[in-house]
Design a protein around this ligand. Structure first.
Ligand SMILES: *[C@@H]1O[C@H](CO)[C@@H](O)[C@H](O)[C@H]1NC(C)=O
Ligand SMILES: *[C@@H]1O[C@H](CO)[C@@H](O)[C@H](O)[C@H]1NC(C)=O
Ligand SMILES: *[C@@H]1O[C@H](CO)[C@@H](O)[C@H](O)[C@H]1NC(C)=O
Ligand SMILES: *[C@@H]1O[C@H](CO)[C@@H](O)[C@H](O)[C@H]1NC(C)=O
Ligand SMILES: *[C@@H]1O[C@H](CO)[C@@H](O)[C@H](O)[C@H]1NC(C)=O
Ligand SMILES: *[C@@H]1O[C@H](CO)[C@@H](O)[C@H](O)[C@H]1NC(C)=O
Ligand SMILES: *[C@@H]1O[C@H](CO)[C@@H](O)[C@H](O)[C@H]1NC(C)=O
Ligand SMILES: *[C@@H]1O[C@H](CO)[C@@H](O)[C@H](O)[C@H]1NC(C)=O
Ligand SMILES: *[C@@H]1O[C@H](CO)[C@@H](O)[C@H](O)[C@H]1NC(C)=O
Ligand SMILES: *[C@@H]1O[C@H](CO)[C@@H](O)[C@H](O)[C@H]1NC(C)=O
Ligand SMILES: *[C@@H]1O[C@H](CO)[C@@H](O)[C@H](O)[C@H]1NC(C)=O
Ligand SMILES: *[C@@H]1O[C@H](CO)[C@@H](O)[C@H](O)[C@H]1NC(C)=O
Length: 410
């Protein structure tokens, strides 16, 4: 299969040679969950609620909450002729559905499965019918007979119109139910990535994710990232990708979970040998277990958890002594330095904060470490600094430096 290239603007096109063979890239952009400022000042809380839901639903087969503060979104077409939907890019869930705010439209390619969807999120359920339909991710990336939920009940998602689920297949278990008997189908359904591979649209079940820091004037809608389906886009990263196997520790293992060690400066955050957590496009910030967070907080003079921004408030005179927050993955350091831990100062007010403080993205999870089973989530603010590879083929996660890993933004 040849190399294909997709992009909306010529200036954004990447070099063909840098794409893995068979990979197709799609532009993505951040979008606020609401246009009112209230939604911007809950990114910490939204991350915590999502994490709680990821943990709480882990035993049940339900799909987790989506953080509706802000997320990365892309446009997908469903049906032929396609209706386009702006959907949340979510590696923390695996079902794909549309119909929030804009109904699913059937066309000749729509096949009813006669089954229903019942996907539980932290704050409610998404209910609807299941269809198989053609899903267009880009003009070179068209997937047939994809399971699509047509939501009839999905409130609170605006402006998002659905979700593209890029999590592990196992997470679709027990999300579809027989409408006659009302019981869940005990088994999984193929994800978009599974079908793309099975139908030869991609050669390898690998997703590359490239996000960039959100600047003051790019906090809504401007193209700010790229997904690479079927391989990585080497032009988006610097150096090598460090791969690490998916963790075996439940419930982190249910998602894109990995083992890693965290440090703040020279201080270990948690027990070196037993930390695991997840890498998640659907979480806004970086959340770490409360006991680890307390160590972080104690190390920064005057720092406190701010219940307005839901971020960590840091006095200006402590900023110069901030240490590196480092995630060691397969022994390699992935650093959020003093600059990249902090909300850009010109976003303070939008986030509900004040001018005379700085705010760190490192926030508490809401529970203490539990034998390293699920101790942290590396969300959007981490992924805006590092390229991530979600590699189903080899059951591993990759991370790489980018040209904006340490770049200051404003
Ligand atoms: C759907 O999106 C595609 C790709 O961006 C575009 O070419 C097409 O015109 C859109 N269709 C509609 C009905 O808006
Ligand atoms: C639902 O369950 C009924 C009763 O077991 C069965 O006859 C029917 O085929 C099932 N429908 C689907 C779509 O699986
Ligand atoms: C959806 O599933 C939940 C269990 O996960 C169940 O309690 C609820 O009744 C179901 N809703 C519908 C409409 O089937
Ligand atoms: C989709 O599934 C239907 C029913 O199983 C089948 O007839 C059709 O050929 C499939 N379409 C494609 C493009 O695979
Ligand atoms: C789903 O929406 C329909 C129509 O708006 C409504 O009648 C029904 O009560 C809703 N069901 C749930 C479980 O919210
Ligand atoms: C689906 O969930 C059921 C009940 O939790 C479990 O027994 C089964 O092994 C799961 N199947 C898969 C494929 O994960
Ligand atoms: C679901 O299927 C698994 C095997 O895949 C089986 O072990 C389990 O008992 C089933 N659970 C239910 C509730 O049917
Ligand atoms: C937020 O924190 C302030 C100061 O610590 C406290 O007085 C206030 O009650 C808190 N508000 C909420 C909603 O927790
Ligand atoms: C923080 O990390 C960066 C990048 O690895 C490194 O250059 C710098 O020396 C580190 N700072 C400290 C104080 O260790
Ligand atoms: C965590 O640190 C320990 C001790 O330094 C090391 O043996 C282990 O490989 C590290 N784990 C990871 C995932 O980097
Ligand atoms: C975490 O542990 C501390 C003591 O180490 C305790 O005070 C706190 O209540 C615990 N938090 C939770 C959420 O259990
Ligand atoms: C990173 O490289 C891209 C091209 O791949 C370029 O557009 C962008 O400006 C660079 N960013 C920085 C911070 O250098």
């Amino acid at each position: 299969m040849g190399i294909r290239q997709l992009c909306s603007f010529a200036a954004l096109c990447t070099s063909l040679a840098s794409l893995s063979s068979g990979a197709v890239v799609v532009d993505v952009h951040p979008l606020h969950g609401s246009t009112n400022s209230e939604s911007f000042n809950n990114m910490g809380q939204a991350s915590r609620e999502r994490a709680a839901s990821l943990l709480a639903t882990a035993g049940t087969g339900d799909v987790p909450i989506v953080n509706m503060f802000a997320a990365y979104a892309m446009s997908i077409g469903v049906g032929d002729p396609a209706t386009n939907y702006t959907v949340i890019i979510d590696t923390g869930s695996s079902n794909t559905w549309v119909g929030a705010t804009k109904p699913y439209v059937t066309t000749e390619t729509s096949i009813s499965t006669g089954e229903g969807i019942n996907i539980t999120y932290g704050s409610g359920v998404v209910l609807g019918k299941e269809w198989l339909d053609t899903v267009t991710l880009a003009s070179g990336l068209i997937i047939h007979n994809q399971s699509i939920g047509a939501a009839s009940n999905a409130t609170g998602f605006a402006p998002f119109e659905g979700i593209i689920g890029l999590g592990p297949t196992s997470d679709t278990n027990r999300t579809v139910f027989n409408e006659t008997t009302g019981s869940f189908i005990n088994g999984t359904i193929p994800t978009v990535m599974d079908n793309a591979l099975a139908q030869g649209v991609i050669d390898t079940e690998v997703l590359g994710v490239s996000f960039s820091p959100i600047t003051g004037n790019n906090s809504n809608s401007s193209i700010n990232g790229q997904l690479s389906f079927g391989g990585i886009d080497q032009s988006r990263l610097v150096g090598d990708v460090t791969y690490t196997p998916r963790t075996s520790k439940w419930p982190a293992s249910r998602y894109w979970g990995i083992d890693a060690n965290l440090t703040y400066g020279q201080t270990a955050l948690g027990n070196d040998s037993s930390n695991s957590g997840i890498v998640d496009t659907g979480t806004s910030v970086v959340v770490i277990a409360d006991d680890l967070y307390d160590i972080y907080l104690d190390a920064i003079p005057g720092a406190y958890y701010d219940n307005v921004t839901q971020l960590t408030a840091i006095p200006l005179d402590s900023v110069s002594s901030l240490q590196n927050f480092t995630v060691y993955i397969s022994g390699e350091p992935f650093v959020l330095d003093a600059v990249t831990q902090l909300l850009p100062a010109d976003q303070n007010v939008e986030a509900g904060g004040v001018v005379g403080l700085r705010y760190s993205y490192i926030t508490p999870l809401g529970w203490n470490t539990t034998s390293g089973l699920f101790d942290w989530v590396l969300g959007m603010k981490f992924l805006e600094r590092y390229y991530a590879v979600f590699d189903t083929q080899n059951n591993q996660v990759g991370l790489a430096y980018t040209n904006h890993t340490f770049a200051a933004v404003s």
